[in-house]
Ligand binder design. Structure first.
Ligand SMILES: Cc1cc2nc3c(=O)[nH]c(=O)nc-3n(C[C@H](O)[C@H](O)[C@H](O)COP(=O)(O)O)c2cc1C
Length: 339
């Protein structure tokens, strides 16, 4: 996730139980682009013990190939092509989700990338379509013709943004149609939901975005459940440990305190969905301006009853409220969303 899945975040997640695979934030590719250094760090210094795929977003084929070749000099698991970003400023350039309107172009990009990566791994992240799902089968077949090693399907169209229902029946269609394993993505909120979606879709696995920010234990809980064990119960005291660790890990020298508190709020908007059903933690957290105020909120809401359960599912009606969760969002970026 852009502005989220950096090295610091990956390390924090891995501390609580890493996923099997990571995908970087997207590398923007255009004529002047060079792989962004802070994203490269999440590859070069990845010490999570889990492979990381480098995601690219773009449409300029020679520069996509140049970037894929550059990235191959780093310890990547493979290259992932973003065909899903719904931000208007992105899709208007015919990249990300915008490419879903042009299967021929997708085919040209994948042909060139497949040639470039050779026997290496090439994966694709897609949505169901741009305005609607009319071309879904064609898109899956077009992508499938280039022998991707994995296809992640976010079960919404570009126009549906982040908050509509997720159309898992299309993920099931992809799982039976694509010549490669499919990951189901969209609102995998808990281990129980992952199990339901896996059995409903026949997907090989799940991809998790926002709910890993809310609950970094989710990957371990899914693993527990898949081995027939009861998923680990997370308490508010555990969450106090998480938010303190996240604060320390994402702090950089030179960032003013208030800017860092604001950055933390973007993660905490998701965390707060499971702290209390009335959204009191979220309300108080959003009013803070200093580190001391923020940590006082942590202690008041998380340590008053540290053994109380952190809800495995988000409480109904407690909305994270980032712009990126609204259907007409213009950004997946936490920087643009006050998420
Ligand atoms: C803040 C934010 C940033 C995101 N950045 C990316 C990205 O760089 N690449 C990508 O493929 N998807 C990105 N996404 C989309 C997620 O990967 C995922 O497809 C979507 O949020 C639905 O899954 P979820 O319900 O598990 O969050 C982003 C989502 C959010 C909320």
């Amino acid at each position: 996730m852009q502005d989220v899945t950096d090295l610091a975040f990956m390390r924090v997640i891995a501390h609580y139980g890493a996923p099997d695979l990571f995908f970087t934030e997207f590398f923007r590719v255009h004529a002047q682009s060079r792989p962004e250094r802070h994203i490269l760090r999440s590859i070069d210094e990845n010490d999570t013990g889990r492979p990381v795929f480098a995601q690219m977003i773009g449409e300029d084929i020679p520069h996509m190939v140049r970037t894929a070749a550059d990235l191959a000099r780093h310890p990547i698991a493979g290259i992932d092509l973003n065909l899903g970003c719904p931000a208007p400023k992105v899709y208007k350039k015919n990249v990300g989700g915008g490419l879903l309107r042009d299967p021929e172009k997708i085919s040209e990009i994948l042909r060139a990338l497949r040639e470039c990566v050779g026997g290496g791994l090439l994966t694709v992240k897609m949505r169901l379509g741009f305005d609607d799902t009319a071309c879904f089968d064609e898109l899956v077949d077009t992508i499938g013709a280039h022998r991707p090693n994995l296809l992640s399907v976010h079960g919404r169209t570009v126009k549906e943004g982040y908050r509509s229902d997720v159309h898992y029946e299309f993920i099931a269609r992809a799982a039976s149609r694509a010549p490669c394993p499919v990951l189901a993505n969209g609102n995998i909120t808990s281990a129980a939901k992952a199990a339901t979606v896996l059995s409903q879709t026949g997907a090989r696995g799940v991809m998790i975005g926002r709910h890993a920010i809310r609950n970094p234990w989710i990957f371990g809980q899914i693993r527990d459940a898949s081995q027939g064990k009861a998923p680990r119960r997370v308490t508010l005291g555990d969450v106090r440990d998480y938010v303190g660790r996240l604060y320390a890990a994402t702090r950089h020298d030179g960032i003013p305190e208030q800017a860092h508190v604001n950055k933390m709020k973007k993660y905490l908007n998701f965390v707060g969905q499971s702290v209390d059903p009335a959204g009191d933690f979220l309300r108080d957290m959003r009013r803070t301006e200093t580190e001391a105020e923020l940590f006082a909120v942590f202690d008041r809401h998380l340590m008053a009853d540290p053994g109380r359960e952190f809800s495995p599912e988000p409480y109904p009606g407690v909305i994270a409220r980032p712009n990126c969760e609204t259907p007409d969002s213009d950004g997946c970026s936490l920087e643009t969303v006050t998420a």
